[in-house]
Design a protein around this ligand. Structure first.
Ligand SMILES: Cc1ncc(COP(=O)(O)O)c(C=O)c1O
Length: 514
């Protein structure tokens, strides 16, 4: 007896009903032949016999030349449960921000709230950017409002959302600065000043932008040495790249004077926004005198860390630099003749440096940024920076390692002293937490650069402190052989970086190092 729920004489499809069809030891098929017929999505005749859409003809022949085709592909043959378990096992072998604290200084590895993923996964977010502007008004409005949010947060006048990472934002910012100088007949400026404690990407950006890099020493308190700055500045200075608070977590108290000194020689002040979550909702780079900045949205606004992309590194500039921003940007239309017409449009800034990314940038990352800022609002953003600063200072007080300088903002740099900072990091893994950034900045010997971020609770900070303190009292033999409790023991990092093996075949064949 069958349950003719569909009312058309066909077998119903619910798999939950399956047991009911085994009667008298006989199995009655659930699906009729009609059910098994291929469904042509979109319907109708495609005008071709190539129903697979793989380009093959009726006889199965390939349109590709023989030397570009193969008969078999060596892929592992696995069942679905085997595959699911393989990937679940792999996910458990790795340590991520969803497994525990990840206090990498400067990198800001902070937990990404899942609601932003939900927003980015909404079907309405999957809009192809190549559609007509009239039909993507929602997309353009979100981009327009995000440009505006970021401009207000940074104290800037105009923002591009195109760069796909912080480092890419730096490069765009320095190219915009170069275009500005060129346009003003100041193309001879060929130096960018970078503090010696700066992130490596700052030096790389300046060099890639075609500039000579002038390295700036820190003073005894770990801040910009004003005398050294005076000596470095000249009519060749195109820009000074700074982050504030700096990589030691210290606020550059002389920032107003620094800005004046740079501007007096006709240079521009660049803000590396990687540390913006120390200031969020409380102080703005634009008000400090910065002319151009990038935002690391994965650090400050909680979108997944892209490792150079896919992320987003929007760039903000003051009014004078706005005409040089990449194209396109989004603006409100001021030529609407009747109600109901499109409100927003893309446009190319007057002296744009050109395109730096397809369409509008990394759209899904930008949606998450927007959702995070909109959810937190002014108060939430200011709370985030307060917690970031409180957490860093609390943790700095709890650990037994020497912590020079201070008071801190969102991060601090401890010294491993007689221990090797890299060994300390490996041993912390055995204590169940991710270690801090090590050996940088070099002004602190055996540096342990630590940024707990605003998302961690006191209990988690205490767990982190306990791990630091346990390692602080361990002997060198224990440290040198660590980690012992992780899936992978200590690896040869140089070989891993220079000779990565990224396929399952390579793991089986040790002799092939190509
Ligand atoms: C101070 C600083 N500047 C720039 C960057 C580069 O940012 P991204 O990783 O988004 O390219 C980082 C990254 O860690 C950083 O810490």
């Amino acid at each position: 007896m069958t349950d003719d729920r569909a009312g058309d004489g066909e077998t119903p499809l619910s798999r939950y009903d399956q047991a009911r069809y085994v009667e008298n030891g006989e199995y009655e098929p659930l699906l009729s032949e009609k059910d098994l017929t291929r469904i042509e999505i979109g319907g109708g005749d495609r005008g071709s016999s190539d129903v697979d859409g793989d380009g093959s003809g009726d006889d199965g022949s390939s349109p590709l030349p023989d030397d570009l085709t193969r008969d078999s592909l060596e892929l592992p043959e696995l069942s679905e449960p085997e595959l699911a378990r393989h990937y679940t096992r792999l996910s458990q072998m790795i340590y991520g921000i969803d497994s525990g604290p990840y206090p990498l200084g400067s990198c800001t590895m902070k937990y990404n709230p899942k609601f932003t993923e939900d927003v980015a996964a909404l079907p309405s977010a999957a809009v192809h950017p190549d559609r007509s502007e009239e039909s993507v008004q929602g997309t353009l409005e979100l981009l327009y409002r995000l440009q505006d949010y970021l401009a207000r947060i940074g104290g800037m006048d105009a923002v591009t959302l195109q760069p796909p990472a912080g480092a890419a934002g730096e490069f765009v910012g320095i190219r915009v600065a170069a275009a500005y100088h060129e346009h003003n007949g100041e193309g001879h400026r060929d130096e960018v000043i970078v503090p010696e404690s700066a992130h490596g990407t700052n030096f790389a950006t300046a060099a890639l932008g075609g500039y000579d890099v002038v390295s700036l020493p820190s003073d005894d308190e770990g801040r910009v040495d004003l005398e050294a700055l005076e000596a470095a500045l000249s009519e060749d200075t195109a820009a000074l790249m700074l982050t504030n608070p700096n990589t030691l977590g210290l606020f550059e108290r002389d920032i107003a004077e620094i800005a004046e000194m740079v501007h007096d020689v006709g240079g521009l002040l660049y803000y590396d926004g990687a540390n913006l979550n120390a200031l969020l909702g409380r102080a703005r780079p634009g008000d400090m005198g910065f002319d151009v900045m990038h935002y690391n949205v994965h650090k400050t606004f909680a979108t997944p860390h892209g490792g150079g992309g896919p992320g987003a590194g929007p760039v903000g500039v003051v009014e004078d630099l706005a005409p040089f921003l990449p194209a396109p940007r989004v603006r409100e239309r001021d030529d609407r003749s009747k109600a109901g017409e499109a409100l927003y449009e893309r446009f190319d800034p007057e002296h744009t440096i050109g395109k730096v990314h397809g369409f509008d940038g990394n759209w899904l990352v930008l949606i998450k940024t927007f959702a995070y800022i909109a959810r937190l609002g002014d108060e939430g953003l200011a709370d985030a920076s307060a917690s970031a600063v409180l957490n860093a200072n609390y943790l700095a007080e709890q650990i037994k390692y020497d912590v020079p300088y201070g008071p801190f903002h969102h991060e601090f740099v401890a010294s491993a002293g007689e221990q090797d900072a890299a060994d300390v990091a490996k041993r912390m893994l055995d204590h169940g937490v991710h270690p801090p950034t090590t050996k940088w900045p070099e002004i602190v010997p055996e540096a342990l650069m630590t940024e707990p971020t605003e998302v961690e609770s006191k209990a988690t900070l205490d767990r982190l402190a306990a791990a630091f303190n346990a390692v602080a009292s361990e002997d060198s033999e224990t440290l040198e052989t660590a980690p012992e409790r992780t899936t992978a023991r200590r690896i040869d990092q140089t070989s891993a970086a220079r000779n990565p093996r990224l396929s399952w075949q390579a793991l089986e064949d040790d002799s092939d190092s190509s």
